[in-house]
Write a protein that binds this ligand. Structure first.
Ligand code: MD6
Ligand code: FE
Length: 212
């Protein structure tokens, strides 16, 4: 298990259930995850999602696991097939091991969403609420360029606080933070040498189906 770092408490973000493990993955583990991500993208190519209103998102997206998250004119949802029709690849064990270490080995995630951020990509404030079960956290892994992560509240509006996520950081949003609004304002393009051409990969792990 690539656990190299202790939990770093992030003092300004004193929200129960929100945890940032700074530097959870060392360089070798990050490189391994990049290789796994490339293999996933070969099987399940990145596509450009559009919001239900028809606006293209600035990130490119694909998934692994039994269920993948998609968005188009029809709406936001999880489905068993890539937009091109094939089933999603399995979630690699190295990614599941991160979940087991920071969430729980008792219930593995159904879905791993992979987002790619180029120079000008961002992610507006959103809640992750298309899952059928909010008892489990959402776990995210940052690879590549630095990203300014903004954390809000369980309802829209109000005060937000921001932190820079860097390559190898792992974020856990559970408990009171599970349905909090959050997003990425911008990345610092080519701030990391992990991806030679620059950019950022974010992997988010989710339990979608209710545990019976
Ligand atoms: C990102 N992250 O880091 C976007 N969601 O690119 C998320 O949307 C996110 O980091 C749920 C839990 C943790 C996250
Ligand atoms: Fe999210």
């Amino acid at each position: 298990m690539p656990k190299e770092a202790e939990l770093t408490e992030v003092p300004p973000l004193n929200i129960r259930g929100f945890k940032v493990y700074k530097g959870f993955l060392n360089r070798a583990s990050q490189e391994q995850l990049v290789a796994e991500s490339r293999a996933l993208a070969t099987e399940a190519p990145f596509f450009q999602p559009t919001t239900p209103s028809g606006k293209p998102m600035s990130v490119k997206m694909t998934s692994a696991g039994r269920l993948g998250w998609v968005t188009d004119r029809t709406g936001y949802r999880y489905q068993t097939a890539h937009p091109r029709g094939q089933s999603w690849p399995e979630i690699p064990n190295v990614i599941l091991n991160i979940w087991s270490a920071v969430a729980s080995p008792d219930r593995l995630p159904d879905s791993c969403l992979m987002n790619f951020y180029g120079a000008d990509a961002r992610m507006g404030l959103h809640q992750d609420k298309d899952e059928g079960d909010f008892e489990w956290p959402v776990v995210s892994v940052s690879l590549g360029d630095d990203a300014l992560f903004r954390m809000g509240n369980p309802t829209r509006g109000g005060k937000t606080e921001s932190i820079w996520l860097t390559s190898g950081d792992v974020v856990v949003m559970g408990g009171d933070a599970r349905l909090s609004y959050h997003g990425i304002d911008r990345i610092r393009f080519q701030s990391s040498s992990l991806l030679p051409k620059g950019g950022r990969i974010n992997l988010t792990l989710r339990v979608v189906d209710q545990t019976s």
